[in-house]
Design a protein around this ligand. Sequence first.
Ligand code: SAM
Length: 233
Amino acid sequence: MSHSVSPIGHIRSCFKEKFAIPRQPQLAPAARGVLELLPPFDTGDAVAGLEQVSHVWLIFLFHQALEDKPRLKVRPPRLGGNRSLGVFATRATHRPNGIGQSVVKLEKVEPGRLWLSGIDLLDGTPVLDVKPYVPYADIVSEARNAIAEAPPAPIPVQWSDAALAQAREQALRLGEPVVELVEQCLAQDPRPAYQQPTPERRYGARLWDLDVHWHYPEPGVIRVLDVQPADRG
Ligand code: SAM
């Protein structure tokens, strides 16, 4: 049987590229976005009652990782990219049907718009469905996962004086917690595990309309170098 699905809306996200997006939701509470609902879901009817709910499940498409030929084994970045596992043992983006799921915080409900935080979704992600998080059913207190037992240990993030001043200025302009967003995302160490960065090597990612650059002055430490609007960066 095949069955076609179509998006009920799209995510407007702080994440404009895949690099530096946390690998799961909730890891960066300052990561915010909006689900813009499409007709006929964009009136108040489809979201009536949702204001009584603190978190929602988003079912979405990994639209920038869709593939024709399904992979059976994948190499999750979490395991350093050199151990392969069955696709169903992982939350890899390359998977049959390209479907992702994330529990995110529901900050505000408006007709046609859900304001979200703690997201791990790229800008433009098509959302297939929204369901309320139901703690009594969704929390499994005895659940275990020996592959991913705990969130990755955060690494320290330092700031140059200039970068911190820039981030504070941009936070005021955007009305977004830019300092926290940069710290929470970089503390996950977005760099591929197989790369051994030299202090000279600069890394960059786009958050909102900002280009953020950083380097590794010593192993396991990040220093933010600048946070500039993309057209000036
Ligand atoms: N929480 C979801 C899940 O378990 O299905 C996503 C987990 S997946 C490991 C998270 C990664 O997906 C992010 O770090 C980001 O790089 C990538 N990602 C997010 N949105 C995407 C999209 N629309 N297309 C392709 N990759 C995406």
